[in-house]
Ligand binder design. Sequence first.
Ligand code: NAD
Length: 366
Amino acid sequence: MVDTKTQETVREGAIYGQITALGHEQLVICYDEPTGLKAIIGIHNTVLGPALGGTRMWNYTSEEEAITDVLRLSRGMTFKAAISGLNLGGGKAVIIGDPKLKSEAFLRRFGRFVQSLGGKYITAEDVNMGTQDMEFIAMETKHVTGLPDVKGGGGDPSPVTAYGTYLGMKAAAKKAYGTDSLQGKKVAVQGIGQVGKYLVNHLIKEGAEVFITDIFEDKLQKIAKETGATVVDPKFIYDIDMDIYAPCALGATVNDETIDRLKCQVIAGAANNQLKDEEKHGKLLLDKGIIYAPDFLINAGGLINVYAEYLGGYNRDLAYQQADKIYDTCVSILDKSEKENIPAQQAAIETAWNRIQAMGKVKLSH
Ligand code: NAD
């Protein structure tokens, strides 16, 4: 007989509680003593295809934080692939620790863990992981994308991500202002890393007034000098006079504390999981009349790029053509949100789920 009380206790634990709530298929905990590698691979859903998602390396303050991150990120990948029309499932990996720990052995050991999953999970770059790291991983597994272009890969996916984010921002601007022109719009870009810096270039080119912030002062000064963007202290980014807030650093920056401070009409950025609490904060934005361009939809350019690589015979023009569709998809999601009076994130998730369910039935049919 099953002891339901014990089962309940287990279900309420940090891991099964979250997996049950978010609907994951598998969570893989990896450890390698000689290199000190501690990695967690989250496989959310593989109905549409193998779970593809980048590996993030971060100095998490606790294991719980890392697990929560990998679970939320891998779920986001499921929706991202589905809404972008890709035949991929959702997965993600996190490596716990200081990026300085990375070495050839460390990365190759991680590659072996990826290989052990037999193609169910395919990795790529994410925060603190670059194309060179992917090369080491590729020495141990073929289930890796984001290789340098000189090695036949798609190279750094960030420019395609930035392009898609820019298009999503334009689609959201169209909804908010009746025109998708960003000329003269005050846009605050939080985080000028790989994606943020390319996004700033698109915005400046279109004549937007761009404000930038980052935790690295030297980076800020360099980009400000190159582009003419105005530097803002990271502490004050939510308070400045802006039309559009573009989160391009880490997730959960749209929360109880920041929503009251943000005076913008549009939120559109590249960061994953921007809403700290998807339901609560999605609804708050809807009530406040702030147009929110769903993160997993508009930052899908990078996934689209690595998917092009995964299919073989990588062609950057084709990746950009596929990324072009982000504009129309974003317009239709924002229309659905308005028509049904539901948060845009919910409208996007529903659309993604509909595709997964429909394709799941196709796969089961004879
Ligand atoms: P990155 O590490 O190159 O850039 C992030 C930047 O944010 C860094 O410059 C960092 O210093 C800065 N930052 C960190 N904390 C900050 C804070 N509190 N305030 C201001 N700045 C801060 O990463 P990236 O590749 O540019 O990705 C940015 C975001 O977009 C991440 O959330 C990532 O998951 C997401 N994303 C990236 C891609 C891609 O193709 N690179 C694709 C999809 C989503």
